[in-house]
Design a protein around this ligand. Structure first.
Ligand code: 7TS
Length: 411
């Protein structure tokens, strides 16, 4: 069956509402966060209106039902990335919190002075700063896989950078949020495993989970992090996947309710994963919303969404390349559904402000990836990014808007 983007778009209240505006809203910022389908909003609304209670704390029927709903979302998340066990799914606040949890919990116990952590030159700050903080505390060192001008990582450097016995963690993104580069994750993991199978590998899947089928067993990563709000779900919820035996070896990061086994004033023993890492009353509605978002993605079909987004990307790239003085960052072998670019005529913030006057939403700035800006010698970029609901007329509006920016700034 062909992909019916209009039907899909009509399921998103914000988009359906503003499609009626005199200047229909072109939402080209899905890399920052996606809009939410009615299905997800209804799931959360129903929970608050009809079933609201806490989880794991009460014996009354509604609390038991809510606990089931919460745990069923964990099952959905496990299936979504093909985890071996549901207990390998830890609910967090989002990708940032997931990476920090892995860095602090694993790093505090296992990193020693002189150890090395390898990241890539395409990382979001979440996958740089978290490692810098733990590296500083433990006396470890950070090394970086460089990126070529086309936006692809220079994979030949990996055997130089990853040193058996020294490198303890390699953390890198599956899809760059700035250039859009899709890294050959499986190939990179195999290279690292070949060098030293004991190295722990974390994949930042914030930009891939909404677009690509992920199979953590096939990839053979140790950790994988993603956010609900970038995959049609709510804010305030994300996942840290970890291989169970690794999670079991890690100490808790936060202490509090429901993460314990036995507490006395002298000593506390801890619950098994995932509870060990979910202290306090969790964001229950958000977990239910994430479960609904996964159901929604499965209904639409992630491969069909990806194909649609790639078609939009191709269309956008062709159209943008025709605009005088516009420069697209990188030309990687495989690109996710986003384009970062600069204009000779205007600073990205000025361009984005003028685009906003036309009802076109893009992100401008460094996209929380200052090191990518430094590498490509630009202070900032304009970024247009696409999702399951993006239509070609939005790209046409972007092109018209950018031509207007060119006209205004060359006056
Ligand atoms: N990793 C990558 C690759 C990201 O793109 C982002 C967010 C994060 C981690 C952090 O995710 P969070 O949900 O914890 O914030 N990226 C963006 C962006 O590109 N524009 O706004 C947020």
């Amino acid at each position: 069956m062909s992909y019916d983007v209009e039907k899909i778009r009509s399921q998103f209240p914000v988009l359906a509402l503003h499609d009626k505006d005199p200047k229909p809203f072109a939402f080209l910022d899905s890399t920052a966060t996606t809009q939410k389908p009615e299905f997800v909003i209804d799931a959360m609304d129903n929970f608050y209106r009809k079933h609201y209670s806490s989880i794991k704390r009460g014996v009354y029927t509604m609390a038991a039902q809510t606990t089931d709903a919460y745990e069923s979302a964990r099952k959905k998340a496990a299936k979504f990335i093909n985890a071996k066990r549901e207990s390998e799914i830890i609910f967090t606040r989002g990708t940032t919190a997931s990476i920090n949890l892995a860095a602090w919990s694993y790093g505090r116990k296992f990193l020693k002075p002189g150890d090395e952590i390898v990241i890539s030159a395409l990382e979001h700050h979440a996958n740089i700063v978290s490692w810098q903080l733990i590296a500083e505390e433990r006396g470890a060192k950070i090394k970086v896989i460089p990126v070529a001008d086309d936006g692809d990582l220079i994979l030949e450097k990996i055997p130089e950078l990853v040193v058996p016995g020294k490198t303890k963690i390699v953390a890198f993104t599956q899809i760059s949020n700035t250039i859009g580069t899709e890294n050959p994750v499986k190939e990179i993991i195999q290279t690292i495993r070949h060098i030293d199978p004991s190295i722990k590998i974390l994949i930042d899947a914030a930009q891939s989970a909404p677009h690509k089928k992920i199979d953590v067993q096939d990839l053979d990563c140790d950790f994988l992090a993603f956010s609900g709000h970038k995959m049609y779900g709510p804010t305030g919820i994300g996942v840290l996947y970890g291989k169970y035996e690794i999670l079991e070896s890690m100490p808790p990061l936060e202490g509090g309710g429901e993460m314990i086994d036995q507490v006395t004033f002298e000593k506390t023993t801890f619950a098994l994963p995932p509870e060990r890492f979910e202290a306090g009353t969790p964001p229950i509605a958000e977990v239910i919303g994430l479960g609904a978002a996964i159901d929604w993605i499965n209904q639409v079909g992630i491969e069909a969404m990806y194909q649609h987004e790639q078609e939009i990307l191709k269309y956008a790239e062709e159209k943008l390349r025709e605009i005088p003085g516009l420069h697209i960052l990188g030309n990687p072998k495989h690109r996710g559904s986003l384009l970062s670019f600069t204009l000779d005529s205007a600073h990205p913030h000025d361009a984005a402000t003028l685009l906003d006057e036309d009802g076109i939403a893009v992100r401008s700035g460094h996209h929380c990836a200052q090191t990518v800006m430094q590498r490509f010698c630009v202070p900032a970029t304009i970024r247009a990014s696409f999702g399951a609901y993006t239509q070609k007329w939005e790209i046409d509006r972007l092109v018209e808007g950018l031509l207007r920016v060119n006209r205004i700034f060359s006056l």
